[in-house]
Design a protein around this ligand. Structure first.
Ligand code: 13P
Ligand code: SF4
Length: 307
C-alpha cells in the first residue's frame, strides 16, 4: 500500500478501534508522525496510565508495552512486532535478583523500566533515566540498594546522589557502544557545541571528565533542554531516532549525532505498515499474568508517583 493511503488507513482504524498510538522517541519518523504521543519511557508510562482509549498501540519495544499492560489491565495493549525486544532487558533474569535478595534480606531493589515484568515483580521501585536520581535520593539511607540492570545509568545515579549502590553488570548494546573516543572526536570538531548525553552511554564518567558541563539527560530531557537552551549547536549521545524530534521541536538548531550508527534495531522493527496491521488485525496483544502484574504494578506505581 502506498504511504499516504497507509497513513489514512492507520488514522481510520485508530478512530474505529478507539485506539491511541504511543511512540518512543527512537521510533522511525513515519511512525512518530502518526502517533498521538511521542515521548521517553517515563512519559509513555504516564500517558498509558492517563489515556481513556480502549486500545493502546505501543510503538516501542516489548518491555514498554508490558509496562502499559501492567498499568492498564483493563485495556488492550498491542505491540506491532513481537521481535521488538531489548538487549538491556534481556541481560538480567529473575534469578539474579533473587540471589542478591537472599544475601541482602533488608535490601531494596531498584529496577530500571528496561526490564521484563518478572524482574519488575521482584523490585521495590522502578525508575527511568528521567527520574532515577530523584527516586534513589529518596530511599532510606540505612539499607543496601541493588540497582539493575544498567551499570552505566547506575554509576551515574550513584555519582549524583552520593549513594552506594550495588550494580548489576548489564548494558544496552547501542548506548554501551558510545565511548569516550567518539566524544573526544566531536569535542575537537565542535568545541562550541553543547553536549547532551544519555546516562546509558558507555562513556560513563569519562565524558564528564572530557566535558564537565555536558548534560546527562533522558531522551525527553534532551528535547526539553534543546528547546530552551540558547546554544545553536548540540552534540547528541544516544540512539539517533531522537534527532527527528529534536529537529522538529527545536527548529533552527543543529544536532550532531555523536555516533551516527547508534541505531537500535529493535526499535526500528516497528514500521508504519506493522502499525497498520496491528490495528487491522488487533495484533499482538501483550498480556502479563496477573500474579506477576500485581507485584510489578506496585513497583511501577511507586515510580510514577514520584514527581
Ligand atoms: P528513555 O526514553 O527513558 O530516555 O530511555 C532510553 C531507552 O533506551 C529506551 O529504550
Ligand atoms: Fe533496549 Fe538499548 Fe534499544 Fe533502548 S536502545 S530499547 S535500551 S536495546
Amino acid at each position: 500500500m502506498e504511504r499516504d493511503l497507509l497513513i489514512q488507513e492507520v488514522l481510520r482504524l485508530k478512530a474505529e478501534r478507539q485506539a491511541v498510538i504511543l511512540a518512543h522517541s527512537y521510533q522511525l519518523p513515519e511512525v512518530q508522525e502518526v502517533a498521538d504521543f511521542v515521548g521517553d519511557s517515563l512519559g509513555l508510562a504516564r500517558e498509558a496510565q492517563r489515556t481513556e482509549a480502549k486500545v493502546i498501540v505501543f510503538a516501542g519495544v516489548h518491555f514498554m508495552a508490558e509496562t502499559a499492560a501492567i498499568l492498564n489491565p483493563e485495556k488492550t495493549v498491542l505491540l506491532p512486532d513481537l521481535e521488538a525486544g531489548c538487549s538491556l532487558a534481556d541481560s538480567i533474569r529473575p534469578e539474579d535478583v533473587l540471589a542478591w535478595k537472599k544475601d541482602h534480606p533488608e535490601g531494596i531493589v531498584v529496577a530500571y523500566v528496561n526490564t521484563k515484568a518478572e524482574v519488575k515483580a521482584l523490585a521495590d521501585v522502578c525508575v527511568t533515566s528521567a527520574n532515577a536520581v530523584e527516586v534513589v535520593a529518596r530511599l532510606p539511607k540505612d539499607r543496601p540498594i541493588f540497582f539493575v540492570p544498567d551499570m552505566f545509568l547506575g554509576a551515574h545515579v550513584a555519582r549524583v546522589t552520593g549513594r552506594k549502590l550495588d550494580l548489576f553488570p548489564g548494558e544496552c548494546h547501542v548506548h554501551a557502544g558510545i565511548r569516550e573516543e567518539h566524544l573526544k572526536a566531536l569535542l575537537e570538531k565542535h568545541p562550541g557545541a553543547e553536549f547532551m548525553i544519555h546516562p546509558e552511554c558507555g562513556c560513563g564518567s569519562s565524558c564528564l571528565f572530557l566535558k564537565p558541563d555536558a548534560k546527562m539527560l533522558s531522551t525527553e530531557g534532551m528535547v526539553r533542554y534543546a528547546k530552551k537552551a540558547e546554544a545553536k549547536e548540540f552534540v547528541v549521545a544516544t540512539e539517533v531516532g531522537i534527532l527527528h524530534r529534536l529537529s522538529k521541536e527545536a527548529p533552527g538548531k543543529t544536532f550532531i549525532p555523536v555516533k551516527p550508527d547508534a541505531i537500535c534495531e529493535y526499535m526500528k522493527r516497528i514500521t508504519l505498515e506493522k502499525v497498520y496491521l496491528s490495528l487491522k488485525e488487533m495484533r499482538h496483544v501483550i498480556r502479563v499474568p496477573e500474579e506477576v502484574a500485581k507485584k510489578a504494578r506496585r513497583a511501577l506505581e511507586a515510580m510514577v508517583a514520584v514527581g
